[in-house]
Design a protein around this ligand. Sequence first.
Ligand SMILES: Cc1ncc(COP(=O)(O)O)c(C=O)c1O
Length: 450
Amino acid sequence: MPETQHTTGYSSKSAAPVDLNAYWLPFSGNRQFKQKPRIIVAAESCHYIDAVGRRVFDAMSGLWCCGFGHNRPEIAAAVQRQLLTLDYAPAFQFAHPQAFELASRLTGMTPTGLDHVFFTNSGSETVETALKMAKAYWRLKGQPQKQRLIGRAKGYHGANFGGTSVGGIEPNRAPYGELTAADHLPHTLLTENAFSRGLPERGAELADALETLVAQHGAEHIAAVIVEPFSGSAGVIVPPRGYLARLRTICDAHDILLIFDEVITGFGRTGHVFGANAFGVTPDILCIAKALTNGTVPMGAVVAATPIYDTFMGVDGPEYMVEFPHGYTYSGHPVACAAALAALDIFEREGLAARAAALAPYFENALHGLRGTKHITDIRNYGLAGALQIDCIPGEPVRRPFEIALKCWEKGLYVRWAGDTVQLGPPLISEKHQLDDAFSILSEVIASVA
Ligand SMILES: Cc1ncc(COP(=O)(O)O)c(C=O)c1O
């Protein structure tokens, strides 16, 4: 292998050159990146500042996680206070006050019946936890054969074994073969729904594919179905009106647990606290992460319905025995709890779910205002999430979105490119004039790419 050593050219306190190949970026085109690195050195409210001093509007809230704005002093102060009071406490067999405080705070926000919080450190760990919880639950209920997991095509549930398996974005799965057995419902992206504003009207019956899987495997073999209320990573695929309620009904009819992965849709993105509130459907298990700490400290959580918790707590054997042999060294880390409590203070004090709901129609109009711009084959939105589907260059479906996003970056706008989509998830604190500027850059850039 040739030994190449690139340097960033950016100032560093040490005199040693920085080896760009020392850092292997996740979910990135490393080879392209290292030719022309995009280095972010600071952030401020709704903006990033890069290494060449460019001020960039963060129209993706980081990676859907910093919706309450960057560098909030309240969160920084809470983290510092916590670090100087209790930097770490063992997560197993001991606890600290902030974990209880945060869990109680969260159960006050989640839909009724979702009352038991199990902490993790990321969306991926949250999903793994939820899947293991579902499988263990049925074993404890005396139905050990109820083990199959069902996801949905185009779903994203993180990068770990279970999440990759129930996930339905093919390029994320293909390199690994089968990690864990999983079935998939069809996705809900219908051409007849193209350019729907908010909820598409057609396709609720796609939920009936679950009946087909039940007929195939027998409900007695199916543990759980996991879906995102709307698929974020695949490009804001919004459920057809009535689809999630139908899924809930079928799960109820066959005693199948319904898991909502709200890692993106939680904490205001939909204009409600959770997607469950927005769509009026309550799952048995809710997965959260990202905006829980406003993206500041890694943290996630599974929120389980009471019958699930009670089943674990009702297990036979002495009370000192572990009921759920699962967890992480950093589950409920005191610093993450402090960051989350401070973030939730901001979320509630500033009424950010309501603010997102109020801004959503403006965002929707601006986004759909791009209709007719060349290359755009579909526009989808819900709350403060939106995606543009971009006509593919034959054999290179990702190239055009990538070129659009890079040009946007150069002009001071950060959007995400993924597959054949360009995605937007602006901060919930965005101002209308900031959205105007963002859409004007986006429209100019899309019109300019070949
Ligand atoms: C719906 C969903 N679930 C899980 C994850 C994984 O979260 P993390 O990257 O924090 O592991 C993501 C990340 O984008 C997500 O969008």
